[in-house]
Design a protein. Structure first.
Length: 500
């Protein structure tokens, strides 16, 4: 496997604001954080003082510019990188180059050019989460004080911070390593905000940190209550741990964890009516509301957040004043679309809109601003989804496919029975055929949600670009192709002296 060298953005680029009594100070980073040096000594007695820092981390996940740019309209947190990954997996198609956003990703050119800012934005965003999580962990006493945290507030904030640090390292590992190789040096590890630039650590150490953080988070968050769907709770930490173990190929662990989330999480699979909008009855579902029964993790966006064109909705939805509306729609790969049976309700999520998308199927009945007026949503109030329960069923099925096909089919049926009329065909599947079906159903179910890329890597799949792509039509691209992962940004090369 060819190693792609990555570096940590210079610490100065990620330093949090230092707030003091003096009116004159250098403001280097966002004011949503309170300096850990100011409140750490007080947090032992009053852990609620960390609430602002934790809230700031969640804000980073949807705010604009969190990848370090001021003007880039694809720099708006986690959902921006979901678009990157959907396009790299080729399940999503950039159907127009009018404005140019995502063209370098769609053409798989940005990922092999370390001077391209797309590499910088990914690296900067996730390490900014790492740094911010470390700020909270330090404020609560450091990495090794879990057993001493007695108040529910302290356990809640420490658990969330450790889960969010693992979340960031997980996506860094996915985006910057071509395939899981435990011996390959891939990322610097930072466990505090004071450490200088570090050399690359092997994947085994990076993944070990994720597992440790998430197990700590699960224990800490057990019995706590989060303050809204935007925050991590025990089930989210378990879901993240399942993804980590899945990337490592530790499927026995994935099976156990996902089964526990399914059994105890309290979430329900979206019904056939909930999963797709029906234009004839003008009713049905829409992936735009955190109150959806299957959503585990998401954010309730309101006009107070100030999102508009620079947002996921501003890039993906024709019912929002968006790039999709004015010339650069994102459609589904025709090969994947054709693989959806006509009797599958999810086929109806996609529709050709006259005058938009070069007559390609767009997901206008899955993702849409509720008013459904073309170009109508200017201030974004439609919500973001980060994780939902269907992922846990599909991961459970994937993990069970070889050693327990009966359990795999049961989990797959739980989802598909709400999508197609007859699921009996699944009973005849086993071995690779069953694994292939689960992978296909994951791609269909999770289209547009940033999960196809992760599934592609877990399944070591080869993608084939259908005829509606604007570049590399018909190309067969293996999961570990150099073009599907990012390069270390130029700024890091210039700032980290500890890389060979």
């Amino acid at each position: 496997m060819k190693m792609k060298i990555k570096y940590y953005i210079g610490l100065a680029a990620a330093t949090l604001t230092l707030v003091g009594c003096s009116k004159e100070f250098l403001e280097t980073e966002p004011t949503e954080f309170v300096s850990s040096s100011q409140i750490a000594e007080y947090s032992e007695d009053n852990p609620a003082l960390q609430a602002a820092n934790v809230s700031g981390i969640y804000s980073l996940m949807y705010q604009t510019g969190t990848g370090g740019t001021d003007l880039d309209h694809d720099d708006y947190g986690q959902k921006g990188y979901d678009v990157y990954s959907d396009l790299l997996s080729s399940d999503a198609v950039l159907a127009g180059y009018t404005y140019g956003w995502y063209s370098g990703i769609s053409k798989m050119q940005a990922t092999v050019n370390y001077t391209d800012l797309d590499n910088y934005k990914v690296w900067r965003y996730y390490y900014r989460i790492v740094f911010s999580a470390n700020n909270v962990i330090e404020g609560l006493g450091g990495n090794d004080v879990d057993e001493e945290l007695e108040t529910p507030e302290a356990r809640l904030y420490m658990g969330q911070a450790k889960a969010l640090r693992a979340y960031a390292y997980f996506y860094l590992a996915q985006f910057f390593q071509e395939g899981y190789d435990p011996s390959e040096a891939i990322l610097p590890i930072y466990l505090d905000t004071q450490t200088d630039a570090q050399p690359l650590s092997p994947a085994s150490d990076v993944y070990s940190l994720m597992v440790s953080d998430l197990n700590d988070a699960i224990a800490l968050l057990d019995g706590t209550t989060r303050n809204g769907l935007q925050e991590v709770d025990k089930s989210i930490a378990q879901g993240l741990l399942a993804y980590v173990y899945g990337a490592m190929g530790e499927y026995d662990q994935v099976k156990t964890i996902t089964q526990d989330v399914i059994t105890t999480g309290g979430y329900s699979i979206l019904t056939a009516e909930e999963v797709v909008y029906n234009p004839e009855t003008q009713s049905g579902g829409g992936f735009n509301d955190v109150n959806n029964s299957s959503w585990m993790w998401g954010v309730d966006l309101t006009s107070d957040q100030g999102l508009d064109l620079v947002s996921w909705w501003g890039q993906m939805d024709v019912f929002t004043y968006s790039y999709a509306y004015v010339g650069d729609p994102k459609s589904i790969d025709l090969g994947l679309y054709d693989a959806i049976p006509d009797n599958d309700v999810r086929k109806g999520q996609f529709q050709i809109v006259s005058g938009y998308g070069a007559n390609q199927p767009l997901a206008i009945n899955k993702f849409y601003a509720p008013a459904r007026t073309l170009g109508g949503q200017r201030n974004v109030t439609a919500d973001y989804v980060y994780m939902r329960i269907e992922e846990m069923y599909l991961l459970h099925a994937e993990a069970s496919a070889i050693t327990d096909p009966t359990a795999a089919i049961t989990s797959l049926k739980a989802v598909l029975s709400e999508r197609v009329d007859d699921v009996s065909y699944l009973d005849a599947l086993s071995g690779q055929a069953l694994k292939d079906e689960i992978y296909l159903q994951t791609r269909i179910e999770m289209w547009g949600e940033g999960k196809s890329y992760l599934a592609m890597k877990r399944n070591q799949a080869t993608i084939v670009r259908a005829s509606n792509h604007l570049s590399d039509v018909g190309a067969e691209i293996p999961y570990d192709d150099d073009r599907l992962t990012f390069e270390i940004p130029l700024s890091e090369i210039q700032n980290n002296p500890n890389i060979n």
